[in-house]
Ligand binder design. Structure first.
Ligand SMILES: O=C1C[C@@](O)(C(=O)O)C[C@@H](O)[C@@H]1O
Length: 237
């Protein structure tokens, strides 16, 4: 069983609210709607002109509201807003990962700093999420399996795969491949056709689902209120 901060994964659906630094004033509301973790999209926060001390204040506030966070610094080359060198991104990770409210760190499988971030996470006792995003398509089953294996070999505590779905066969293929893999995982099929995976993914072993308040941060995300209602219907939680 994996725990991010005090949040146990795998016992019931875990809801992660992705914030870009503009929603921290809604943390009380998020708590009341059953959000379990806060993903700090540090790349989005920084893109709004917030500096490192401002990012630390966001992390402070998350802790003040009793949440643990997942720290994400998504680069432009994987769909994020961070436009800096990998060395600079690693320095940001080094300055932020140690924050007491950070429970997990998300780094891309294709990042040249992956092994550095892995060692950093291990040293600081944080959960390592190794993620892979394809915002255009869903690969064939064999390729999905290969990506997953590479993430495990890279030392992921949790493997997170997010593919863009163009058809229901994309959705069913991802669910079937994920269902066949016994390893801590999170997956979603992005886009309209893949919306269902953000709710039914738990049936196929996905540990977390990502949501938003205000503006979504990825195609096909379900807003928090609607997601809460769907999870109550499907999982009585
Ligand atoms: O990787 C993911 C999943 C995501 O892309 C989604 O589709 O909900 C949202 C991102 O913020 C997060 O880091």
């Amino acid at each position: 069983m994996i725990r991010i901060g005090t949040v146990e994964l795998g016992k019931k659906p875990v809801v992660v609210l992705s914030i870009d630094g503009g929603e921290e004033d809604k943390l009380d509301y998020a708590r009341r709607l059953g959000v379990n973790l806060i993903e700090v999209r540090g790349d989005l926060v920084i893109s709004k002109g917030v500096d490192l001390s401002g990012l630390n204040r966001v992390l402070d506030l998350i802790g003040d509201y009793g949440f643990y966070s997942v720290l994400t610094l998504r680069p432009e080359w994987e769909g994020g807003k961070l436009n800096c060198s990998e060395e600079e991104r690693l320095q940001l990770f080094e300055k932020l990962v140690k924050h007491p409210s950070v429970g997990a760190v998300d780094v891309e499988l294709r990042a040249s700093i992956l092994s550095d971030v892995r060692e950093l996470a291990k040293r600081e006792g944080k959960v390592l999420i190794v993620s892979y995003h394809d915002f255009e398509k869903t690969p064939p089953a064999e390729e999905i399996g290969g990506i997953f294996r590479r993430a495990v070999e890279a030392g992921a505590d949790i493997v997170k795969l997010a593919f863009y779905g163009n058809s229901l066969s994309d959705v069913s293929r991802v669910c079937c491949v994920m269902n066949s893999i016994d390893y801590p995982k999170v997956f979603m099929v992005m886009g309209a056709v893949g919306k269902m995976t953000r709710v039914v993914g738990f049936h196929f072993g996905s540990l977390m689902t990502y949501t938003f308040l205000g503006k979504s941060v990825a195609p096909g995300q379900i807003p928090l209120e609607e997601l809460k209602n769907l999870l109550e219907k499907f999982y009585n939680c």
